[in-house]
Every structure is written in structure tokens, then in C-alpha cells.
Write a protein that binds this ligand. Structure first.
Ligand code: PGA
Length: 240
């Protein structure tokens, strides 16, 4: 793991921007793996600015998102489909045909899982952006998920639902399930870029970097990835 320590959230986002720009400069038609949550929002804002200043284009870029809630309509403001449109896609020149998120149609979830997994097996992600849960999850691969797991339907941990309750009226409105890329899909990416900011991530980062590689802390699997970069701010790195 290549660990880059920076001062704060803004510096984390700027450093991540440099790496994404480097990737797009190397390969205009890169395939990016994208994450939702608060962590990558600053990076997305910077990418929008870089695009508006004509430093980068997404014209030939393809994207795959990690996950989507089950039980929310895609047009619900807190669906990850809406999140990505709001925070990135509607501000850049990406083609709609190149955007991929798992479908979450409750009447055909098994087909949706298979379709997304098939799509992932036909595409190689050049750069996968990840956040980390306070419980060590990556994507929505909660503690206990086997490392061989491919795309699946996950029952969200209570901890994850509590952490994400800030986006909803109450904890009861937070979905109980999601469709997520599995750990195996994530590990296939050529380069993984994990971002973490804030003291509430410090323990999860410590276990990811120094702990045993174990399914009880899913992010620890990244110790086995040949090309993983971690950008952490001072607070998130405070236990390293
Ligand atoms: P956050 O979520 O960026 O909102 O902290 C990270 C995650 O759960 O992976």
C-alpha cells in the first residue's frame, strides 16, 4: 500500500484529483470505478472545475459505481443514481451510455445482480475510487463478507445504517439492503485509490493498514492488492 498523508479534507481531494487527472492523461478512454458518500464529494467538485477549465474531458470515459440502495426508486434524491448525477455526471461531458450503476428493481433483483456482475467481468476498471466505512466496509461489503464474493445483495449493518442516517429523515427510512460490487470485483481493478478523512475513520484505517488480513475488516484485503494508493488526512491517519 502506498500511503499518502495530507493535512485535511481539501488536501485529500486535491491529491486525489492529481491522480485521476494523471490517469485520464495516460488514457483518455479510462474506465473509472466510482464511490458515493461524503468522502469523494470534494474530489468530484474538483473534477468538475478541472473539466470546466478544459483540463480534462470525460467524453470517452466509462464509469462503474460500487453500489446502489434497494428499496429506493432511482429518482429518490438519496439513491446513488441521483447522488452521482447531482455531484458529478450532470456537470461533465460524460456520455449517458458510459455510466453504469447497478439496477435495483425489486421485482428482478437476481437478474440485476447477474447483469452487473457480467458487465464487470467484461470490463477492467483502470482506477477504482473507494471510501471506507467506520466498520471497515468497502463498497457495501460489510464485515464477514468472503473475499471471493462477487456482486450480491447485502443486508446492511446497523452501523452502516446509523452512519448513513444523516442523509434521511430517520434511521427507519435508511434502506436495509443494497446491491454492491463484491470484494472480488473491486480487487480486479488495476489501481485502487482509497480516500479517508476525519477522526471517525482513524480506527478503520489503522486496522486496514496494520491489522491482519481478515474478513472481519473487509478493507484489510487491500493489503493484498498490488497497486493500492491510500490518501488519508491527519485525523484519519491519527492512529497510524
Ligand atoms: P462516507 O462513507 O464517505 O460517507 O464516510 C464511506 C463508506 O461508507 O464507504
Amino acid at each position: 500500500m502506498n500511503i499518502i498523508k495530507v493535512k485535511n479534507y481539501e488536501a485529500m481531494s486535491k491529491k486525489a484529483l492529481e491522480l485521476v487527472i494523471h490517469q485520464l492523461n495516460m488514457k483518455e478512454d479510462s474506465t473509472l470505478g466510482l464511490a458515493t458518500g461524503s468522502t469523494p464529494v470534494g474530489l468530484y467538485q474538483q473534477l468538475i472545475v478541472a473539466h470546466k477549465n478544459r483540463y480534462i474531458s470525460f467524453k470517452d470515459v466509462k464509469t462503474f459505481n460500487l453500489d446502489e440502495y434497494i428499496g429506493l426508486d432511482r429518482n429518490h434524491p438519496e439513491s446513488y443514481f441521483s447522488f452521482m448525477n447531482r455531484h458529478l455526471f450532470e456537470h461533465i461531458d460524460i456520455s449517458e451510455d458510459n455510466i453504469n450503476l447497478p439496477n435495483n428493481d425489486i421485482n428482478r433483483l437476481e437478474e440485476d445482480v447477474k447483469a452487473y456482475n457480467d458487465l464487470l467481468s467484461k470490463n477492467t476498471i483502470d482506477l477504482q475510487i473507494l471510501g471506507i466505512g467506520t466498520n471497515g466496509h468497502i463498497g457495501f461489503n460489510e464485515p464477514g463478507t468472503p473475499f471471493e464474493q462477487e456482486t450480491f445483495i447485502v443486508d446492511l449493518d446497523m452501523k452502516t445504517r446509523e452512519d448513513n442516517a444523516r442523509f434521511f429523515d430517520s434511521i427507519d427510512s435508511v434502506p436495509k439492503q443494497a446491491i454492491t460490487m463484491g470484494i472480488k470485483n473491486i480487487m480486479k481493478a488495476n489501481h485502487i485509490l482509497l480516500l479517508a478523512s476525519g477522526a471517525n475513520k482513524a480506527e478503520a484505517i489503522k486496522k486496514m493498514v496494520d491489522g491482519p488480513v481478515d474478513i472481519t475488516h473487509p478493507a484489510s484485503v487491500l493489503q493484498l492488492h498490488p497497486n493500492c494508493t491510500v490518501i488519508v488526512d491527519e485525523a484519519a491517519a491519527s492512529q497510524l
